[in-house]
Design a protein around this ligand. Sequence first.
Ligand code: HEM
Length: 447
Amino acid sequence: MNLPPGPKSPYFWQLLQILFNPTDSLDKWSKKYGDTLKLGGNKKPYTVSFSSPDAIQAILTASPEAIGSVQKSELVKTLLGDSSLIFLPEQEHQRQRKLILPSFHKESLENCGREIVNVTKNTMLNLTSGDSFEVRSTMKKISLKVILYSIFGTKDSFNDEQISQTIIKIFNRFDSPQLACYLLTARFIPIFLNIEIGVWKTFKQLQQKLDILIEAEIIKQRESPKSFEKNLLSLLLLAKNENKQSLTEREIRDAIMTLIFAGFETAAAAMSWMLYWVHYIPEVREKLLDELVFPSDNIEPMAVVRLPYLGAICNETLRITPPALSAFSRTVKQKIKIGKYDLEPNTKIDVSIYLAHRRKSVYPEPNKFNPERFLQNQFSPYEYLPFGGGQCRCLGASLAQFEMKIVLATIMTNFELQIVKPKPLKPKRHGIVMIPPQLSMKITQKK
Ligand code: HEM
């Protein structure tokens, strides 16, 4: 086996750099060692990280027998449950994907469009005109309502307020340094996840509360399915497993938690970055406003999603500041050659979305926010991949892009925003998502 070069520092030091200074570290290492990196020190478990389009294509199109998914962390399992699709073996994983995907098809999204406009308007109207607001927490409120709508239906048909509050409380815990230290320790000593003390105990209590609330909704819709409109939960309730049995409450709960976990913070981060870029570069804002010619009380979601410059802004935001730095790690199952490297079974591999999006040969001036590049060029799915690809490609990609466009169009048509203290922002890690640190904006309602 021949392996690429990479940083020589010890595993623990590299881990700290990837956790606390990820983008600078990746920039530094790729400049020094090239586009394929061996990360994690000399001894296993190291990871080989790829970012060239050819290598990414080889990884994402490899058969499941050659490259498979990596065992996810115990923490994620504790949160999402054993039957979450991301833990399922290959065939079951694909089966559950097929079950969920129709909820994000065009027709289902069309129903969602009007709701996204209303949720955005109401959330922004709750802010005081003339005051500043914290952008990410506001985008979180919107993205959570959108996901809950696609899962449970309109807010009148389920316990919207209690479920939303509990989810927000759970995710806010990830900001706690005590919890971060506890989880970092548990990464090395997984038994800590079974001991309920201190911050972890509070976290688990919130999780149990959420489980009870979600299971109550499942039972309610199972008992009187006709009174609920079509939503993701209704599809899961109709679904059968390979033994022709309905999914259990626990399996449905795990599917719901997976969608919330994967989609809530990622979409909120993407929308926060989008508001940042549009208001940081005045020409981009002006050009976008020229394209948005809707009356403020009649935003037509299906027309909005077809606007070319708005689409280009959305794409460029996900290129330059992708919420996920890399796709889920994969593992080599059969000896395989990727680029010039022969990899042995059990080698962990990584597709670096961040570095792929910063290749000068594909994206000239990669650090410049330039939506036009998406109007002038078409990029392959191995050059541009904010949602990963292959067997694990993001299930919520179409919902996320649909939501980003409608939210931005609704905000820009109804309100004026201004960044408080505009300055270049470096992405900061928040759990698995890269967020803009401390972004506040002043809001004024348009007359
Ligand atoms: C801008 C927002 C989002 C970004 C950038 C994003 C990105 C990603 C990425 C990079 C992956 C890993 C793909 C791979 O390994 O190849 C992923 C997986 C996933 N995402 Fe998203 N995501 C977003 C929004 C959402 C939303 C809104 C949902 C659901 C409502 C969602 C549900 C999922 C699920 C279920 C998976 C696991 C798929 C599987 O294992 O088969 N995501 N996402």
